[in-house]
Design a binder for this molecule. Sequence first.
Ligand code: GLA
Length: 388
Amino acid sequence: MKQQLLEQFNKIFGGEGEEAKVYFAPGRVNLIGEHTDYNGGHVFPCALTIGTYGVARKRNDRMLHMYSMNFKELGVIGSSLDDLTPSKEAGWTNYPKGVIWAFLQKGMEVTNGMDLLLFGNIPNGSGLSSSASVEVLTGAILRDMYGFEVFNQDLALIGQYAENRYNGVNCGIMDQFAIAMGKADNAIFLDTATMQYEYAPISLKGAKLVISCSNKKRGLGDSKYNERRSECETALAELQKAVDIRTLGDLDEAQFEKYKAAIRDDVRVRRARHAVYENQRTIKAVAALKADDIEEFGRLMNASHVSLRDDYEVTGLELDTLVEEAWKVEGVIGSRMTGAGFGGCTVSIVKDGAIEAFKEQVGKKYRETVGYDADFYVVEIGGGPAIL
Ligand code: GLA
């Protein structure tokens, strides 16, 4: 892989000058704890062995020349450090550019341009965080190129800062954190209120993680995402008139039931109920996993989906079809949508012997119901950013 990428790089940018280096940052999947990261709750994601490869070389001038093997038709997209404003024409390069901008904002002097070639093997538009992967990758490249003293955790925060301030998506910290802090065979139990985290080994013993990709691109998703965030913020402000809390994650189920009348609108009650119950479910799921009770973990995954469908309303026909059919397949331990929703993919824990039947049955139902194919990937849990 490394050799092929370097060859591609030399073909596009020429082999002259300083030697180019090859980097990698993973994608991520969230096992449980959805739409909790901007509500002061817990999340439980893991990094994947699939992700984004980058070949980079410092330039002598201030030009940025970027090429993606996933968007070959766009060719080399050029820009300059002297004009880092985001633009539509910049396309995918707004992600690496946003991170360069964020480094500069944080006082780290990126003085030279670079040639950058990317290749991602995260399925396109799947909701496995290809953009956060590119962000953390760019941070890892800059750190190595300039010797900046930033920890992996900082790469996550800088990536989120770039996404929020440069690319205008008001996302939480989960994706960038899962990618920057990834550890092979472990998921990360992160409390987004305190940023304390612990690794939890995932040994599925005779089962695998299967991603079902709906092939429905997000589209409207980003605006809906910001809408959900503000519904939760309003519900929190209403609750704060009745009870002393900092985030929705401060409440358990009983406290929520006690104070929910303070929320003046039924839709907001449901949004907040999801945030509170999902946070508690995540805590319970990690406890179940530690107790080696994978069946309970699976039941909590299923309950998470129901709540995202009925209370948070971020699923839709595609994700519901994938999950509800998965529940019918014998050997499925748990299945739910993962990521922001409105498209993207689902995550299921499926016993080894049932994986073929799963693909066939869920694939058939999906085609019949939605009219096009879903894609299935058996994935493995990998580490964080790396220099190859
Ligand atoms: C997206 C965001 C994350 C998180 C999830 C939902 O992936 O980037 O911060 O909010 O949606 O859990």
